[in-house]
Design a protein around this ligand. Structure first.
Ligand SMILES: O=C(O)CCC(=O)C(=O)O
Ligand SMILES: [Fe+2]
Length: 328
């Protein structure tokens, strides 16, 4: 019987532990990724104060007048940087070309914060994955806080990829060289309180799956939250557990495992009409993506089946999916 709800897994024994403790964590994570593609982690070691700072600077940014936010507007559809306004994106289109309703959230996004070899960053295959970040002038602490958080999430994601490797029966360090120059994106999403009824079919974030290797989400318990589509075909709420992160795998990881693991459909629903006024919600989302030139070729031992997908690269896979969801 597959898991039908998102499990909570303490990863501290992996971060601290001996070989047996590590394998026990990896086995639980493997089961979650196979069955439902989502898990909640405790014992991750990230300081709650850092998250509190992230939330404070992010809310302060979204509270700025629109002209200030537009100073760091996303420069082009294939550049995953800057401010994206309400209804400018329909994430549902990554899976359903007919999903056109604009999502009811606004967001601010950054990419890598530390310099890599300039020739590597400027190579044609790098595309826009090392485009410069657009930093708002206010709030003043935003740049430092986002950069610290980005680095911290990069480290946590590397550990999660090690758990993944072990869970898939590979050497713990199997993915290390594919993620040492990761092109992850940190995106904060503000879901404003809802005073008007959305148009039919329009929700806070349309049903989609994430694109990359894994996502690390910190959100808050507000009316109108995250739901995942389980193996029984039901939408189930993801519980918000204090000081825990919600982790899910993305399409790239599913493809890498030859679909042994699932990149699960999820969405953010509208609050009930009578709770709309108190429903403002902030999500801090770290989309972990391997190096742009990491080759994503179905790992033969994951299923024993013939590869379902041709080999691709992380950079190409991500660019295609992101561009498809941006509205004119
Ligand atoms: O805000 C959330 O809870 C989830 C957001 C999400 O799924 C995404 O940004 O891909
Ligand atoms: Fe998502």
């Amino acid at each position: 019987m597959p898991l039908l709800h998102v499990p909570i897994i303490d990863i501290e024994p992996f971060l601290q532990g001996d070989d047996r403790a590590k394998r026990a964590v990896a086995a639980e994570v493997d089961r979650a990724c196979r069955d439902i593609g989502f898990l909640i982690i405790s014992g991750h070691g990230v300081a709650p104060e850092l998250l509190a700072r992230m939330r404070a600077v992010s809310n302060a940014f979204f509270d700025l007048p629109m002209p200030d936010k537009l100073r760091v507007a996303q420069p082009a559809k294939d550049v995953t940087r800057g401010y994206i306004g309400i209804e400018q994106e329909s994430v549902g289109r990554s899976r359903d070309a007919t999903a056109t309703a604009g999502d009811l959230n606004e967001s601010l996004m950054i990419g890598p914060v530390d310099a890599v070899d300039p020739a590597y960053a400027a190579a044609p295959a790098a595309g826009k994955h090392f485009a410069p970040n657009l930093w708002p002038e206010a709030p003043a602490e935003l740049r430092d806080t986002f950069s610290t958080y980005y680095r911290e999430m990069g480290q946590l994601a590397t550990q999660l990829m090690r758990i993944f490797a072990l869970g898939l029966g590979l050497d713990e360090h199997h993915f290390d060289t594919s993620v040492d120059k990761h092109i992850s994106r940190l995106r904060v999403r503000n879901y404003p309180a809802q005073s008007e009824t959305p148009v039919p079919g329009q929700i806070r974030a349309g049903a989609h799956s994430d694109y990359g290797s894994l996502t690390i989400l910190a959100t808050e318990d507000k009316p109108g939250g995250l739901q995942v589509f389980n193996a029984a075909g039901e939408w189930v709420d993801v519980p918000i557990v204090p000081d825990c992160f919600i982790i899910n795998i993305g399409d790239l990881m599913a493809r890498w495992t030859n679909d042994a693991w699932v990149s699960t459909l999820h969405r953010v629903v509208n609050p009930p009409a009578d709770a709309g006024a108190a429903s403002r919600r902030l999500s801090v989302v770290f989309f972990h993506n391997p190096n742009y030139d990491a080759e994503i070729r179905c790992i033969p031992t994951c299923t024993g089946d013939a590869p379902k997908y041709p080999a691709t690269t992380s950079g190409e896979h991500l660019r295609t999916l992101f561009v498809a969801t941006q509205n004119a």
